[in-house]
Design a protein around this ligand. Structure first.
Ligand SMILES: [Ca+2]
Ligand SMILES: [Ca+2]
Ligand SMILES: [Ca+2]
Ligand SMILES: [Ca+2]
Length: 486
């Protein structure tokens, strides 16, 4: 009790507490996880895991309940829609810059960043943050890349079946099946001879048929690779195949036989004698020809230049007077040409060496064939002339006849056996077979000129001179007799 004051009184005090505290916006989840395929075009939405859409709420009234949404540290890859709201808002994330979404260059294969909801109040706006992780999904956006644009391969022309030309390789940056490469095709001129292993990329020889460096020395092929186990994106590369030379050609003599005539002193040939062979193989040992005499070297006096094929005599031949062929038989040398390849390949040719009499047995035929055709039919002509003359005929040279392109002069050396037979009833058939029906009916073989007429000509001259001398002698004799009588 307090003196002077009423004993007691009661008053009721009502206090109304008005809640003016502002609360920040809040995301319904602290973390959102979604995914998007790499390279998706702008405005493609991120697909969220779970069924509920991301949502932000702010229960405050007025400005304290208004907020804006933005992203932090996404590198400009995404945008948020809508970017403003009040009290409650479902939001979406859209692709803004597709180039930021490259599966292959991303180490982690996801992008992590934050979304912020911040009140729009100008004074001390409150905000909330949620974590976002967007997984990148791979797309088949890479084609197989070959280790070389052009594979240069050298293959021996005689390579055996199963030889590996090259192992091509292509890689693909995509993941999973999108990056699994298969080698799906080889195309080009010799593709049928080859097999491309779809898994290893080994290109091997199935068949060597038709491979000939001397015919076609190089080929260009294309090989194809596809990703997605051979069903997806395709790429091509080239394979240049150069055939390497093998020694698959023997030397070939330019003439089927060579003939030569010795000078009277038997020291040398009437005309230079050179055998020549050609080897179709590539430059180097496979076509490098060496000549040698392998048989018939009469008196061991014939020499051949191993490089040029020129024949010569190192000493005069010595005739043997006891033999019936004027001391010197027809000498037949066998000359061999061999290359330097492995294995060594060679050819042989006969060289017939005749004495001077052979020259006297030369016949020139004028025939209704061009020089070119006559050259092509050399052996047929020899056979025909042999049948016509009953002799062994060696065709020596072919020349133009009076600048005619349709006729030529064929000079032959003939050697008669001790006895020979010419079947006259067969002449028509022989000439027809030599020159054909057309030539035979339109123009007969013109003339046969024999160079031994030269001898007759000189004999006639000598006879005329002798007659003149005889007349002169007679004249002087008459003069002498008359002067003696006088
Ligand atoms: Ca990809
Ligand atoms: Ca791919
Ligand atoms: Ca060859
Ligand atoms: Ca050869």
């Amino acid at each position: 009790m307090v003196p002077g004051l009423p004993a007691s009184s009661t008053a009721t005090l009502a206090v109304v507490l008005v809640n003016t505290e502002n609360k920040p916006p809040r995301f319904l989840s602290r973390r959102y996880v979604g995914s998007v395929e790499e390279n998706s075009p702008g405005l493609t939405p991120i697909l969220w895991e779970g069924t509920e859409a991301p949502r932000v709420v702010d229960d405050d009234q007025g400005k304290n309940g208004s907020f804006e949404l933005f992203l932090e540290d996404d590198g400009g890859a995404f945008s948020v829609q809508p970017s403003r709201g009040m009290n409650e808002l479902n939001f979406a994330l859209l692709v803004k810059d597709p180039t930021k979404l490259d599966y292959e260059t991303s180490d982690t294969k996801y992008i992590e960043f934050r979304i912020v909801a911040r009140e729009t109040a100008s004074v001390r706006p409150l905000s909330a943050t949620a974590e976002i992780r967007v997984r990148l999904l791979d797309a088949n956006d890479n084609i197989p890349q070959f280790s070389h644009e052009i594979y240069n391969v050298t293959l021996p022309e005689d390579a055996s079946v199963g030889t590996t030309l090259v192992k091509i390789q292509a890689s693909d940056e995509d993941s999973g099946s999108y990056g699994v490469v298969r080698y799906t095709a080889v195309n080009g001129p010799i593709a049928g001879n080859l097999r491309l292993d779809p898994v290893s990329g080994e290109l091997t020889l199935l068949s060597g048929e038709g491979l000939d460096r001397e015919r076609i020395p190089e080929y260009t092929l294309t090989v194809e690779a596809r990703d997605d186990q051979g069903k997806g994106n395709r790429n091509m590369a080239e394979v240049h195949v150069t055939l390497a030379d093998a020694n698959d050609n023997a030397p070939l003599f330019l003439q089927p036989r060579y003939d030569a005539v010795l000078n009277p002193d038997m020291r040398n040939f009437y005309e230079p004698l050179r055998v020549q062979a050609y080897d179709a193989d590539g430059p180097g040992p496979n076509s490098d020809i060496t000549y040698e005499i392998v048989n018939g070297n009469y008196q061991e006096k014939f020499l051949i230049d191993s490089q040029t094929g020129e024949l010569s005599l190192q000493a005069p031949l010595v005739p043997n007077p006891e033999t019936q062929d004027h001391g010197l038989p027809v000498i037949t040398l066998t000359v061999r040409a061999h290359d330097q390849g492995v294995p060594v390949r060679f050819a042989t040719v006969k060289v017939q060496v005749h004495n001077q009499e052979y020259l006297n047995r030369s016949i020139s035929f004028i025939i209704p064939l061009s020089v070119k055709k006559a050259s092509e039919r050399r052996q047929e002509l020899e056979r025909g002339f042999s049948a016509l003359t009953g002799a062994h005929v060696n065709l020596h040279s072919i020349a133009f006849h009076n600048s005619s392109t349709q006729k030529s002069v064929v000079r032959c050396w003939v050697s008669y056996p001790l006895s020979s037979t010419v079947d006259l009833s067969n002449m028509d058939a022989i000439i027809r077979s030599m020159f054909g029906q057309d030539h035979y009916t339109s123009s007969k073989v013109e003339s046969i000129s024999r160079s031994s007429f030269d001898v007759v000509f000189w004999l006639l001259i000598a006879l005329v001179i002798l007659m003149i001398l005889a007349i002169l002698a007679l004249f002087f004799y008459c003069c002498c007799v008359r002067s003696a009588e006088g």
